[in-house]
Each structure stands twice: as C-alpha cells, then as structure tokens.
Design a protein around this ligand. Structure first.
Ligand SMILES: [Zn+2]
Ligand SMILES: [Zn+2]
Length: 287
C-alpha cells in the first residue's frame, strides 16, 4: 500500500464543498495508484495544507460516475482522462494542522504533481494525527460544520430500525468504521440542537444557519463495533453535545455521571435497534 500526495487547485475545483457533500469523488487517476492506497489531498492557495486523507476505493473507472460538476469552477483544463479512481474521505484535517510549512519541515519536497510521500512525511502525519485517532469524532464533526441544515426543518424522530453493519475499511491493520453524515445530522436534529447532558448548556448559533452548534458523539464508540451484530452508526446511538461536554466525555476525568445519564435516556431506544449493553460495559469502553 502506497501513500500519495495529490495537489488540488481551489481555483479550478472546490474540493472543500465537494468533500462536504459527497462521500467519495471520482478523481483523475495517476498511472500507478492502486486500490487500497492512501491519498492525501493537498489543497493549494489560499489554504496551502493537506486537508484530506482518502482511501482509494476503486481504480480504472473509464468515466466519472459520481457527478461533481457543480464543484468545477474552471473546467477549461478538464478533458476526459479515461481513467478515474474513486476516493473516499477517511479523515479531514483543520487548515492549520498539515500546513505547507509543517510538511516541508518534515520530509515533503514538492507539492506539484501526484507523488508517493516520503517515509519521513508519512511518519509525521501519523504522529500528528494519532492524537485524534482515538476520538475519530473529532475529525468527523468537522465534516458537518459546513453541512446544509436547511433540509431539517422538522425535528427528527427515531425510527427504531436496526441498520445493517457495514464492513470496516482496513487501514494499516486498523478497522475504520464509516460514519454517515446524514445520520449524525439527524441525531442533532433529534436533540433540537441542544446539549443532551444538560438542555440548558449554552450553545452558539451555527454559521450560515439558525441552528445551535452541537457536536455528534457516538455513545457506544464505533471502535467497539465488533461486539455488536448491527451498525452502531444509527441516530439512536448518537448524542448531541455542546463543545465543552464533547471534549469532557473524551478527555475529562469523572465522566461516569454524564455517561450514566445519557445511557439511561438511550437504553430503550438502543435496544429497539438491536444494541444491547449494560452501563458497566459502557463505562468500561471509556476507560
Ligand atoms: Zn465524540
Ligand atoms: Zn453540554
């Protein structure tokens, strides 16, 4: 498995909104990229940073199947390349993490065309992103920051339908379970964009929306998907938390009380979707 860096020119293609709205993109394929490779997308000026880690799902597609034409800003350089690969986003990084300066100080030598990154850069990226790997939500909720909330006028109601478990992606021997952005947004809507630890917790209003800013958190972490026969990525398992409570649940001491509160509120809903767990088992997962 090779790790690649591919630059993207924001003046030509709006990768930012494309990856906000699409789970995967058909991208012009460089000759030696293989299925299962990792592709980091370097977003050019004015951002100048690696912002996306993608998994190569498919290769050698003769034509574009995922319609992303609305993100093409300047199509004059586009032709039919006849060879496309499907890139699925695994992780999104903030603009200040893998900056031009940081990557050039850690093994990168050029960001012009697609190329395999150096071992030094691969290690550096692993190191700086590892901190957040345990809490994959931290990367995930970046994705929904700019999502369109206008479709969610009515408060979402739990459906009580178990979802089929998806096969995880295997990345460096780690199982990565995909999250559905829509499911997370539904869960926030279900909570009416309030913090479910305490409905009185102050939340600010989202940019470009009249909704309160809360973050989705999987009560039973997806990393424990192996223990269940159904998907954990369901609305019933996602709570809406204010930024403070979200950080607290991941990094704070003494989170037993808030976990217990959330657990008892969700227990019956979780059982309806085939997720059965005791409080003790849940607390164990957060140790
Ligand atoms: Zn979380
Ligand atoms: Zn809160």
């Amino acid at each position: 498995m090779a790790e690649w860096l591919i630059p993207c020119n924001m003046k030509i293609y709006d990768v930012y909104n494309a990856f906000n709205e699409l789970k995967a993109i058909d991208w012009k394929q460089s000759s030696s990229i293989k299925c299962g490779d990792i592709v980091y997308i370097y977003v050019g000026k004015p951002i100048s940073a690696i912002m996306y880690k993608c998994y190569v799902n498919k290769t050698d597609k003769p034509k574009v199947e995922i319609d992303d034409s609305k993100y093409v800003i300047d199509g004059t350089t586009y032709t039919n390349y006849g060879r496309y690969m499907e890139l699925e986003v695994l992780e999104k990084y903030g603009e200040t993490l893998l900056t031009y300066k940081n990557i050039f100080e850690n093994g990168e030598t050029q960001v012009r065309g697609p190329h395999i990154i150096s071992d030094e850069l691969a290690k550096y990226i692993d190191n700086v992103t590892e901190k957040t790997a345990n809490a994959q939500d931290e990367q995930f909720f970046i994705q929904i920051v700019n999502s369109d909330f206008s479709g969610n006028k009515k408060r979402f109601a739990f459906k009580g339908i178990a979802r089929k478990k998806q096969e995880p992606l295997l990345i460096k021997g780690c199982k990565i379970y995909r999250r559905d952005r829509k499911v997370a947004i539904n869960a926030l809507s279900h909570a009416d964009y309030k913090c479910e630890v305490d409905l009185n917790h102050e939340v600010f209003i989202r940019k470009n929306s009249d909704k309160g800013y809360t973050e989705p958190h999987h009560l039973i972490p997806l990393a424990f998907s192996d223990k269940f026969n159904v998907s954990l990525d369901v609305e019933e398992n996602i709570v809406s938390l204010c930024s403070n409570c979200h950080n607290r649940i991941h990094y704070g001491a003494e989170v037993k009380d808030i976990l217990a509160k959330l657990y008892f509120e969700r227990k019956s809903h979780l059982e309806k979707v085939g997720i059965v767990i005791t409080l003790e088992e849940l607390l164990e997962m957060y140790k």
